[in-house]
Design a protein around this ligand. Sequence first.
Ligand SMILES: Cc1cc2nc3c(=O)[nH]c(=O)nc-3n(C[C@H](O)[C@H](O)[C@H](O)COP(=O)(O)OP(=O)(O)OC[C@H]3O[C@@H](n4cnc5c(N)ncnc54)[C@H](O)[C@@H]3O)c2cc1C
Length: 359
Amino acid sequence: MANLPTPDFTFDPDAPGACIAGVRPFRNGSYRLDAETDSGKFIIHNYGHGGAGITLSWGCAAKVRDIVQSHLVNSNDKDVAVLGAGVMGMTAATRLLDLGLKVTIFSDRKPAETTSFKAGGQWAVSVIEYEGKRQELKEILKTAFTTFKGSIGQGFGVSERDNFTAKRSENLDAVLNLVPGLIPEPVPLLLPFEGHENQHGFRYRTLLIEPPIFLARLETDLKARGATFVVVPKKFASKADVFSSVPQKTIVNCTGFGAMVLWKDQKMAPIKGQLAMLPAQPALQYLYGQNGYMFPRADHVVIGGTFEVGVCDEVPNKSDCQDLVRHIASLFGKAPVMPLPDIHIHHPDNAPMVNPAIV
Ligand SMILES: Cc1cc2nc3c(=O)[nH]c(=O)nc-3n(C[C@H](O)[C@H](O)[C@H](O)COP(=O)(O)OP(=O)(O)OC[C@H]3O[C@@H](n4cnc5c(N)ncnc54)[C@H](O)[C@@H]3O)c2cc1C
């Protein structure tokens, strides 16, 4: 394989939008996808997808659709509320419109302000637990992958890409373990770019979903199909607040990390992630992932891979972002190798834990 271009790591952390941070809605044990009846309302929960919400979105949306369909099968009620305008809320809303329902989406943030909009966008099973839900997750992965793959070239910001890694990728191997054959097995090779001469590694093949393009398209399509977006002036403070503010009897709860407070969910734990946004580099087409990652998108080359367990602020730290860029540059031989004491690059042993704070 010919040498591939390597990234230009020139980075100005003071440039507007160069550093961003978001909070992964991690849930200990497993994500939540189930239904309950409370105070005369039927609530379908769809939250806690950690670092894999973009990845799983279409699959979870199909499950939500099925639950709502069987609930409303003998009912004249066609009015459904979705809480949350992130990827989970908007994909679920799309599938509810497919059932011919009237859909209203309530949130305190517009889609472009959500965690979903900040995600890197690789299709992989990252930072999520699924205890007791292996079979369900297999189905979710199959539906999600097939739906994303079927949307390539149709303006959803989805493309199929190589992802090079120096070691096996636990997030992509998780996909292969759950659904063998869904993505190709990795190919062992000598890494085909400068700075890695004679270094063995692997080439995986997966999808890149560019959240700014994907979310904008979901929002446009939902509005064109008659869904209503309501930006509430103030965050819902509690479940009781939701029930008194939202008139619909059927409510799909896609509030991500917000579910921790609203549903007093002690299993939720924040995992902050920071991203350094380099200028776009169209010649770069492959992903790179090893103790941090590099995703070349149309808007930016995104450098990420920090996992701050228990931290729930969305304030980026310029020096962390600069270190992150230097770290990935060092892996390409473009900066001296550096220790990373404060960056918390993810390691499987550094697993999330019982939530120390909240409610
Ligand atoms: C740095 C980083 C990188 C990531 N990279 C990837 C990746 O490469 N691939 C991948 O698959 N995933 C990735 N993720 C994970 C992904 O972003 C999340 O899993 C996903 O965004 C969760 O979507 P959501 O719709 O549940 O939550 P959100 O996007 O947070 O949406 C929640 C919605 O609920 C609303 N809401 C919440 N609480 C309230 C309230 N009290 N009142 C009113 N409205 C409320 C919010 O306004 C918002 O509209 C990444 C995350 C981070 C932080």
